[in-house]
Design a protein around this ligand. Structure first.
Ligand SMILES: Cc1cc2nc3c(=O)[nH]c(=O)nc-3n(C[C@H](O)[C@H](O)[C@H](O)COP(=O)(O)O)c2cc1C
Length: 195
């Protein structure tokens, strides 16, 4: 297993959880206990949202029947590794609200924050999470009976990290924590600066 410190060195002081969280593809054949799973969603619960609308919704698949439903709309390149994850989660948001009187322009922003909280709590609990955008959104809405006024943003694979060697060869080389741009590369003061 990788030591994250080998690959990720924050330039400023932050809590270690931010670099501990990364997205492996190898999963152990081990169930996630219910209380741990609920803690992960509890963290998502406390994310901020515009007018406290809390537009996020999560749909889980953790038995064979539900997991097969998810695998019917996830693209092949992801199925090749995520089919071993004990839990799959669809990240969904309500696109409208009575508070905004129609479209809620913050629904995706707020749901992204909730997923971030979820991923960090998962890391804190010794789990790994890996988001996927590679799936058929229309089919996901149909299979999961998601109403028209909701968007499906991502599918999350969640579980305990497995050995790199248990992955198909094509994924083994990529099975390590990635680095990031420096803060100066995405932050500007006063006005926008093209970087
Ligand atoms: C919205 C979203 C969609 C993603 N889609 C995929 C995907 O379809 N397949 C995949 O293997 N990884 C996917 N990823 C994982 C990213 O590639 C990964 O988060 C990024 O490279 C940063 O690495 P880290 O999460 O290990 O820090 C996705 C991540 C996000 C947030």
């Amino acid at each position: 297993m990788y030591e994250v410190k080998e690959f990720r060195k924050p330039s400023y002081d932050i809590d270690p959880i931010y670099v501990k969280r990364w997205s492996p593809r190898s999963f152990l054949n081990k169930e996630v206990p219910e209380d741990i799973l609920y803690s992960v969603f509890e963290a998502a619960r406390w994310a901020p949202s515009a007018a406290n609308i809390q537009p996020w919704r999560f749909i889980t698949a953790r038995n064979e029947e539900d997991r097969m439903k998810f695998l019917s709309f996830i693209y092949e390149g992801n199925i090749a590794w995520c089919s071993n994850a004990p839990v799959l989660v669809a990240v969904v948001s309500k696109t409208d609200s009575t508070f905004t009187g129609g479209h809620n322009p913050s629904h995706a922003f707020d749901t992204g924050a909730a997923w971030g909280y979820l991923a960090l709590e998962a890391a804190r609990k010794g789990l790994v999470s890996h988001a996927m955008g590679g799936f058929d959104r229309d089919k996901a809405k149909e299979v999961l009976t998601i109403p028209e006024n909701y968007d499906v943003h991502a599918i999350i694979a969640l579980g305990y990290q497995g050995e790199k060697e248990s992955l198909l060869e094509q994924f083994q080389e990529r099975e390590k924590p990635s680095d990031r741009n420096e803060v100066k590369d995405f932050m500007s003061e006063g006005t926008f600066q093209e970087k």
